[in-house]
Write a protein that binds this ligand. Structure first.
Ligand code: HEC
Length: 424
């Protein structure tokens, strides 16, 4: 055996194999989407399907393009993120020529439950009619209204969404509308609603992204579902080259137990956005000083296509800085709500700050205008937004009023100061 042969032998003897090393990793991190009937374009649940793409798998995981998980910090629940060791393993496997190993030790591929994972729901509803997704064209954002599905008020502890057609449903966000705006806009087949559903307050109840688990409210903090509210499903559809239909269903789980704590939403953001063409690093910032001790439970960012990076942090009274969210490469297609791995305690007088950066240059492949045009605030696909919601619970429930008043004050200041001029 020559040196090359020896090396090859050495590599194949020590290289990771599909059966022993790669399959468990793909089953854990990829096949929730990469399977028959999943949202991804091809399955990765067998040796042949993974082996022929070994090089591509190494590349996209190395760039952290896959699995799609935007935050680099901090740690969140249900993270879809590979460790550096896992990324290295996939690279070694590809370099060694994607060896299969002993098929007998391949673990069984996971099966995906049909039906509701949390059991029989208290309320099950579905889109009033099926929606036709055309074969081609741009992605569609369509809202569907389910008028007053619940008799009386309820506390929602969990919800689950079952897309009617995972080939075309990219993600779903659920809202409740007590303003009756959505039902007036409904054409019978929903209404187009890129970005926001078009009514206020538009607080998301939860959502579905590919591979996600049922959405559970934090323990002891169910969400109020208004008996007079309409449910609004905002669905992002991605045409796949042939016509498809979708009729998505959802399940709500109620609890008798009223909330023991109250969660408040600290909204940061700005509608003063005016980005000149060619500007590759336009910044939008905002901040708010929290007047009482709180625990931050979750965070929800929102921006459109040309947003490049998102950074949110807390400056504690002693000057320490804690990252609340860092997204180095924002992608509108993968927006979701994030729940911190463990709640983050923010003492009284902590300042929470956000910094969103936008790239309106021609070199940004996600720029909807080529050549670039001036982009300002607005709800359309070629407008931009900058919003961040921090979900917090006061440590002492008697501090809740003080915090809501401070938040109210912030809202009034931003309405007065940030004069929004339509058409600008
Ligand atoms: C949440 C769903 C989801 C998960 C989880 C996921 N993928 Fe994907 N993947 C997609 C979708 C959707 C596409 C096609 C669209 C795109 O490229 O953005 C894709 C595309 C790919 C591609 C093709 C990229 C290209 O440039 O053609 C590869 C390779 C890939 N995924 C590998 C993986 C691997 C390996 C994992 C696990 C470590 C993984 N994916 C996890 C949804 C997912």
């Amino acid at each position: 055996m020559g040196l090359a042969g020896l090396l090859a032998f050495f590599f194949s003897a020590t290289a990771p194999t599909f059966s022993h090393d790669v399959a468990p990793l793909l089953y854990k991190g990829c096949v929730s989407c990469h399977r028959e009937g999943g949202v991804a374009p091809f399955p990765l649940d067998s040796y042949p399907s993974a082996a022929k793409r070994a090089g591509l798998i190494a590349t996209v995981t190395g760039k952290r393009y896959m699995p799609p998980w935007l935050p680099s910090e901090p740690r969140f629940q249900h993270e879809l993120r590979l460790s550096l060791a896992e990324i290295a393993l996939l690279r070694q496997w590809a370099t060694a020529g994607a060896p299969q190993g002993n098929p007998k030790v391949t673990p069984p591929a996971p099966t995906f439950a049909t039906g509701w994972q949390l059991g029989k729901p208290d309320l099950e509803v579905r889109m009033p009619t099926a929606f036709d997704v055309p074969a081609d064209g741009p992605d569609l954002y369509q809202c569907f209204v389910i008028p007053e599905p619940a008799a009386g008020n309820h506390w929602v502890r969990a919800l689950d969404i079952e897309p009617g057609n995972t080939k075309v449903v990219h993600h779903v966000i659920l809202f409740q509308d007590t303003s009756r705006t959505a039902r007036k806009r409904d054409t019978g087949a929903g209404y187009p609603c890129f970005g926001t559903p078009g009514f206020l307050p538009a607080r998301g109840l939860g959502g579905w992204t590919p591979g996600a688990l049922p959405f559970q409210m934090p323990a002891g903090i169910p969400e109020l579902f208004h008996g007079t509210g309409d449910l609004v499903l905002q669905i992002h559809y991605h045409p796949i080259g042939k016509p498809e239909t979708d009729r998505t269903r959802l399940a709500l789980y109620f609890t008798e137990q009223a909330p023991q704590r109250r969660m408040l939403d600290v909204p940061l953001g700005s509608n003063r956005i005016d980005i000149p063409p060619g500007n590759a690093a336009y910044k939008v910032t905002d901040h708010f000083t929290i007047p009482v001790d709180v625990d931050a439970l979750g965070i929800i960012p929102h921006a459109h296509y040309i947003c490049k990076s998102i950074y949110a942090y807390a400056v504690l009274p002693d000057g320490t800085r804690r990252t609340l969210l860092r997204i180095p490469d924002w992608n509108f297609n993968w927006q979701q709500q994030y729940r911190f791995g463990v709640p983050i305690r923010l003492p009284e007088d902590t300042s929470v700050e956000m910094e969103f950066t936008y790239d309106n240059s021609a070199t940004n492949p996600r720029n909807p205008n080529q050549p670039p045009k001036r982009i300002s605030w607005g709800p359309g696909t070629t407008d931009e937004m900058a919003g961040l919601h921090l979900e917090v619970v006061p440590v002492r429930s008697e501090d809740t009023d003080e915090l809501s008043q401070a938040l109210w004050g912030k809202m009034m200041r931003s309405l007065g100061g940030g004069i929004y001029r339509p058409g600008r």
